[in-house]
Design a protein around this ligand. Sequence first.
Ligand code: ZN
Ligand code: ZN
Length: 411
Amino acid sequence: MLNFDQKLDNLATLALRVGVNLQEGQRLMLIGPIEGADLMRRIASQAYDTGAPHVHVQYVDGQMGLIRAQRSPEAALEEFPEAYRDMVLSFLERGDAYLRVGGEDPDLMSAAEPQRVAAMVRGQRRVMRPVSDLVQRSHMPWSIVDYAVPAWAEKVFPDLPRAQAVEKLWDAIFAACRADVEDPLGAWREHVAALGRARDVLNGHSFAALHLRAPGTDLRVGLPDTHEWESGGQYAGVNGEFFVANIPTEEVFTAPHARRVSGTVRASKPLSYQGQLIDGFQLTFEDGAVVDFSAERGEAVLKGLLETDEGARRLGELALVPHSSPISQSGLLFYNTLFDENAACHLALGRAYETTFVDGTKRPLEELVADGFNQSLTHVDFMFGSDELDIDGEGPDGSLVPVMRAGEWAF
Ligand code: ZN
Ligand code: ZN
């Protein structure tokens, strides 16, 4: 049995060695919450030990975002410093590894008006677009790992005292990230290989579309002719090294065709978006775009998300996760996309990943868009998977092949 310190060290090791796969001589840009200093310092120490010449550290205070959302004059809400973007760009363009420690109070922004939060997010997204372009193209290695901040733990375990809730959330994080074993790097090697086998089967079929069926869901998701399934990790453009963008990751994913999605999908879990909760929601698509939507909670937040731009009404990702995945089996609702998306099959509204197209990072964007690539300033995952989900793949000749039954791989 490992103790807490050993597991937290393992998590730092996984973030660096599996996540961004930091190489000797490579610099690191590290962003994370002030509450997560303990993990941030361990990551920085290990980065220097790995041979990083410099670790650029930036702490984020979620409460400051709330203060601004509540008090800034309306007209200034979309302001975001271009100088900050230029600094980040200068690091990432030369190939620094980009590691984010996440973890925030899922209800952080619920005390602010949704339209004001949406304006802030819109402004930041617009200015930071060149940075998200580098991320989505996998120009440099990047990764996300989460820290059990107390307000988050209390949301996941509302009946426990704070200290116990934090302890329980850490247990869940360590288990989901395979940080609670003696040889976490070996465990990840095996895990990435298993994900790769499912990916290869799906790529072998070259499906024209997937049909998703579950209570409240009947959706046909067309796939671009040049779509490619991806899993586990990718190769960074700048150094060719394999990196794993999400710790944990359980998904095998590809790009839906931006103009060939029709039917209705009902979310199977609440979506925590920018510190606000959207729950009990469904979306209806025609020719790839959302034409109708409703939510039992957070409908205004959902509306704001869909109105981010034209592409926010269309899909950029379809990801398959077996219902038996360890995160799903924990039975917990994390109110956190990194964990909840890896517990269930999901779709994303917004921008697609170039890497989910054949030669996607080398071909001009207009070509990808013609193939069905969705462009947007945003990318937001929502979950539709459950043990009641059936999926069929539609072959190029129209024949149907079972892909999932009752939420599990059918092959
Ligand atoms: Zn995903
Ligand atoms: Zn996603």
